[in-house]
Design a protein around this ligand. Sequence first.
Ligand code: IPE
Ligand code: IPE
Ligand code: MG
Length: 258
Amino acid sequence: MSQDSNGTLPDSIILPRHIAIVMDGNGRWAKRQGKPRHAGHRAGAENLRNIVKYCGDIGIEVLTVFAFSSENWRRPKTEVALLMELFMDALKQESERLRKNNVRLRIIGDRSAFSARLQRQMGETEAITAASTGMLLQVAANYGGRWDLAQAVRRLAERVKTGELAPGDIDEAAIAAELSFADRPDPDLFIRTGGEQRLSNFVLWQSAYSELYFTDAYWPDFNEAALDQALRHYAGRQRRFGMTGEQVVAERKENTPC
Ligand code: IPE
Ligand code: IPE
Ligand code: MG
């Protein structure tokens, strides 16, 4: 961990390289306070700023957050419009802060459904932060795990059509290589706030071996201390990847320098 951490986590703790978060519960957070839903989305955006800073400080390599799903277009028009405005404002306002904090932004998802203005801003913020060498922040917008798989398969089919690839070459690695963030490790830790225990079409393929963590906290309330709790929980799990617990212990001993 870097020394910027707030010190509540032990230095020796095993941290995930990649955290994926379903930021759920903004609407209920607002309702609980007697406020309109958009107040919850605003508070959620503010919380994201804090969590991004914190994850960068403690040395997380990749943070992937679900901001807008392929299915969220089904919400009332006014809420969708508000979310688009919020997205636009956040991209504009956060560019410099992200760059200063050495965070690189990447938007994942089907951008073609967004307005030309928003697509332009996405490209601009990505460009402003492109040289950052610290954490990669992936914001999933109009993203769905099934969409991701479908676009990967489509690309493979195109390569088969040109003769570059034979159908028999399509294996797990070939599919994985066409997914949205093929150049990064799969999420080690998958967090969902807001009390629901479902994936809601987030990173489906890539979460095959993620540790799942569900919390009742609404996203605007999920602060650094709440994340620390999730990280402690993660550190206490034994990831076996199909092996036995004994094998995992033996392997760890082999790889530990004396
Ligand atoms: C998550 O919070 C934000 C988005 C899906 C954009 P919700 O808006 O789903 O909040 P709840 O689930 O209604 O409380
Ligand atoms: C998942 O939350 C999507 C995001 C957080 C962006 P939803 O609130 O849309 O999920 P469901 O509809 O309850 O499954
Ligand atoms: Mg929700």
